[in-house]
Unconditional design. Sequence first.
Length: 155
Amino acid sequence: MINFIKFKLPVLIITIFLVLGFGKAAPAADMILNDLAGKPVNLSNYKGKPVILFFWTTWCPYCRQELNKLNLQQAKISREGILILGVNVSEPKYKVQRFFKGYTLNFQMLLDSSGALADKYNLIGVPTFVFLDKTGKEISQTHNLPANYKDLLFR
């Protein structure tokens, strides 16, 4: 009985930790989002390659600035073996499509209409860059594209 009481609290803490999912990186593998054409995209298809997820909204002026910068750097980033996926958060498809009318987008844009992927990564605001290693594990989050993004992804 004494041994059980001695280990009761640590077992309870570990159980709560596991049930609530603390310590787990949100894997991209278990999420399917639609692109602007309505085609479903399974994020697990990108395992094996480092990924930058760029979360943004049409109404955010800082998001627009980062979107333009990222769009200009896409070719260089792609040559480095890194995939960029834009993720619009909680806006209807028609609004995002209208935003891109007449705009040349150099990377794939996905729609997180319900905000479920943003919730998985515990986003606090937009713009947010989420860096995923080759296994889909989150490495880092920032609100702008850091100069050392390549170092983050290829540690």
